[in-house]
Design a protein around this ligand. Structure first.
Ligand SMILES: Nc1nc(O)c(N)c(N[C@@H]2O[C@H](COP(=O)(O)O)[C@@H](O)[C@H]2O)n1
Ligand SMILES: [Zn+2]
Length: 372
């Protein structure tokens, strides 16, 4: 088992190594949201302190980051140092092993961000390079490398996409008024963070109620950015014909429903070019299993409280993004972000781990992970 050289008190590599790894991450992010089921990876080749080649993995089926970087460096790669945010692969997948390409190019040293959790690689790429006499350092900017690919890592380890529940609520814990009005709880800065999160996800899921009440677009709103697949979970298919989701060409929409639901509505959706899939039973767990089979790494839940509670209860949510606006609307019947979880004592509360709090404009964002 290959371990990272990282140590909690000590950073791995030199300041230059870390800067080069951050450059790899910058390159990897150029394919944000576009690589699933593959990870986002960036590579940089350095000789005599100068960058001689760079690359990133654009999408599954295309060459890996290392191959693009080696191509850019050409014969100059001999004796050079390669920085790569994920361990070079060592298997024949859709593409041949990068470990062999690096050995053939005669590189002297490889600096790796993180070990690949894919069992087909899992340290094998590093071992192969070392066996060929190449110096290998592992764990430079490891935390940032892991964070960028948390969806890929979760997919590999749990055979499900990473589920992220996002909601925006007032200081008194409401996501809308008693009449269902929710535009807008947070300010523009927070909404633009949500757009960035959408750009990084493979899919965004809402329930039929959200479509009826909010008529959302669910896009990333940024020029040239990836849009997630927009998914509506609706058992009844009681959906408005005029919704933005099927009257704009911004991004594809998928409606997931139960077997035999509302043929009239189904016909309307199909006519509008919407993909309709029947899953029985239509549950968050079934949906995540289906999306895993579709090759997804990360799924954003932007649904109401009832569906959110079901998704949490069924293990379809691992990460929470809670925006809190300094506003109070009151109302004992106003909707809350998470419905009934059946908990009766505070000791049963789901305490988030790895919590980060940040101010976003006038609002606050709390990010954390549910206990596994
Ligand atoms: N080191 C590295 N660089 C890349 O650019 C990559 N895409 C990967 N991916 C690893 O290889 C698997 C996919 O292989 P194919 O694209 O099917 O050949 C992927 O699951 C990762 O383990 N690694
Ligand atoms: Zn590879």
């Amino acid at each position: 088992m290959i371990k990272s050289d990282s140590h909690p008190q000590q950073k791995v590599g030199t300041e230059f190594d870390r800067a080069m790894m951050r450059r790899c991450l910058e390159l990897a992010r150029r394919a944000l949201g576009c690589t699933s089921p593959n990870p986002m990876v960036g590579a940089v080749i350095v000789k005599d302190g100068e960058i001689i080649g760079e690359g990133f993995h654009p999408r599954a089926g295309e060459p890996h980051a290392e191959v693009f970087a080696l191509k850019a460096a050409g014969a100059n790669a001999r004796g050079a140092t390669v920085y790569v945010s994920l361990e070079p692969c060592n298997h024949y997948g859709r593409t041949p092993p990068c470990s062999e390409a690096l050995i053939a190019a005669g590189v002297a040293k490889v600096v790796v961000g993180m070990v690949d959790p894919n069992p087909l690689v899992a340290g094998g790429g590093i071992a192969k390079l070392r066996a060929a006499g190449i110096e290998v350092i592992v764990g430079v900017e490891e935390e940032a490398c892991r964070k960028l690919n948390e969806g890929f890592i979760h997919r590999i380890l749990y055979k499900r996409p990473l589920g992220i529940l996002k909601y925006a609520m007032t200081l008194d814990g409401k996501i809308a008024t008693t009449t269902g009005h929710s535009a807008w709880v947070t300010n523009q800065e927070a909404r633009s963070v949500v757009h960035q999160v959408r750009a990084a996800c493979d899919a965004v899921i809402v329930g039929g109620n959200t479509v009826r009440l909010d008529n959302p677009h669910l896009t990333s709103r940024q020029q040239g950015a990836h849009n997630p697949l927009r998914i509506v979970m609706s058992r009844s298919l009681n959906l408005p014909a005029q919704a933005h989701l099927w009257n704009t060409q911004e991004a594809p929409t998928l409606v997931l429903t139960d077997v035999g639901a509302n043929p009239v509505s189904r016909k309307m959706l199909l006519k509008q070019g919407v993909e309709v899939i029947e899953l029985s039973p239509l549950t968050p767990e079934k949906v995540m299993a289906y999306l895993y089979d579709r090759g997804f790494c990360s799924v954003l839940w932007e649904c109401g409280g009832t569906l959110a509670a079901n998704a949490i209860a069924q293990g379809a949510v691992q990460k929470i993004l809670a925006f809190i606006a300094p506003k109070i609307i009151g109302g004992s019947n106003a909707p809350t972000p998470v419905g009934d979880l059946g908990l009766t004592t505070m000791t049963e509360a789901l305490s988030l781990e790895r919590v980060e709090v940040r101010v976003v404009g006038a609002d606050c964002l709390i990010e954390g992970y549910l206990p596994q």
